[in-house]
Ligand binder design. Structure first.
Ligand code: DGY
Length: 418
């Protein structure tokens, strides 16, 4: 629909600040977020390549010396968000958070380069981006793959991007909450509390943040001392795909990243061990408390995005996914509705998110074309009906969370034009 395409572009343009774009203009997220920016850049690539490249450059201008790209960059002195730069107290050149997010950026960069004919100056800018991404992905394997098996740990639920997914319930229950926590949430001023994480989740988030700060964000200390350490299927799937994509796209620039390629081979061998045939599913692993986390969440199916070369397992996962939200008008819910942790309208515990659908769609493309098409069409229908919100009710298509949500608009453009 032409009109929806124009609205999508307008959402992105309206949310744009100098060189970067807010996830929404409704004040819920008044800064630059890592994976939001990557999705946003993909959206811009359909109508303004300079904005697309600039978005990525601005994000990477906040890269830390050791290679980490933070999950939030606080470009202004905005204090309406909590926790803002005054709480985190860290950053390199730009005040930032002290944790990262799924490195979907490498896959997005490959996509933009593959789909477009960039001019020489744009290619030169992309080459600089690619070198920074190499440093970023190396950082994961250097600091987060403590067992040297090619799989990385996250040390805070915010790193996953799926903040209050029930996957974290077990690990968070073991976190000893600070006795004298003092903080004021700001999200509830602009979003309904029944759609947001609970107080007990925030208590744990802030306890973990305080501990990171106490260790001055030293990458070795924060992992060895962490009260939360999960090898997450969704996160590792995105990293493996990012690594493969970066190695491939680097060849166009005569850059040899074959050391990274070796990592992905090891990652796949390790990851397959988390496949459980009884449930025909992959499950994340609570590394700290030595438990497999048996929640049927959509991020377990991100394994399809990793493109692991095991056709038999891929087919079993696809068959299971076909039953996950069968007969429903809209999908995919963030958690299977029959799972006891499912909550229809609460953030990452039930609603449909457009980036999840996009990741699954990408994963299905070369494995089940019909199902990939169905996923795409259902996602487009939802967006055409309800426009660009943060998340949606799978029964009614009702919009939830923030309005004018950038990645919903950006990914609409990609699904529409690809
Ligand atoms: C929030 O504030 O809800 C963000 O998701 C944290 O990254």
């Amino acid at each position: 629909m032409k009109e929806t395409i124009e609205i999508a572009k307008q959402v992105l343009k309206n949310n744009r600040k100098s060189g970067y774009t807010l996830p929404t203009n409704n004040k819920l997220y008044p800064a630059q977020w890592n994976w939001d920016s990557a999705f946003i850049a993909l959206g811009y690539s359909y109508f303004n390549m300079d904005y697309a490249i600039k978005e990525l450059e601005t994000l990477l201008s906040g890269q830390w010396e050791d290679g980490m790209v933070p999950h939030i960059l606080f470009h202004g002195n905005d204090e309406t968000y909590f926790p803002n730069h005054k709480t985190w107290e860290c950053g390199n050149k730009i005040p930032s958070s002290g944790i990262t997010q799924p490195p979907i950026i490498a896959t997005i960069v490959k996509k933009i380069i593959d789909k477009n004919k960039l001019d020489q100056v744009q290619m030169e800018r992309m080459q600089i981006i690619i070198k920074k991404l190499k440093k970023y992905l190396d950082w994961f394997y250097n600091y987060r793959d403590t067992s040297k098996i090619g799989l990385v740990s996250i040390i805070h639920p915010w790193e996953s991007g799926l903040d209050n997914s029930p996957i974290w319930d077990g690990p968070l229950n073991k976190v000893k909450i600070d006795g004298n926590l003092k903080y004021e949430r700001r999200d509830l001023n602009v979003s309904k509390s029944e759609n947001r994480p609970l107080k007990k989740d925030y208590d744990a988030y802030i306890t973990l943040l305080n501990k990171l700060k106490k260790h001055k964000y030293n990458p070795n200390k924060i992992i060895s001392e962490s009260m939360f350490n999960v090898i997450d299927i969704g996160f590792n799937s995105i990293l493996i795909r990012a690594t493969k994509d970066l190695v491939e796209v680097a060849k166009k620039f005569n850059l040899d990243f074959s050391d990274l390629k070796k990592k992905t081979m090891m990652s796949e061998e390790s990851l397959i061990k988390f496949y459980k045939d009884a449930e025909q599913s992959f499950f994340s692993y609570d590394f700290k408390n030595h438990n497999l986390i048996k929640v049927d969440a959509i991020s377990n199916y991100f394994i399809l995005f990793a493109n692991i070369g095991n056709e038999d397992v891929n087919n079993k996962i696809i068959n299971k996914l076909k039953k996950y939200n069968s007969q429903k008008k809209y999908f995919f819910t963030t958690v299977n509705p029959i799972d006891k942790t499912f909550e229809e309208t609460r953030y990452w515990r039930g609603p449909v998110w457009i980036n999840s659908n996009w990741i699954i769609h990408q994963g299905l493309l070369d494995k089940d074309k019909d199902f990939a098409k169905l996923t795409k069409n259902k996602t487009l229908d939802l967006l055409e009906k309800s426009k660009f919100y943060e998340y949606y009710n799978y029964n009614t298509g009702e919009s939830l969370g923030a309005n004018n949500f950038s990645w919903s608009a950006a990914l609409y453009l990609d699904l529409k034009f690809s």
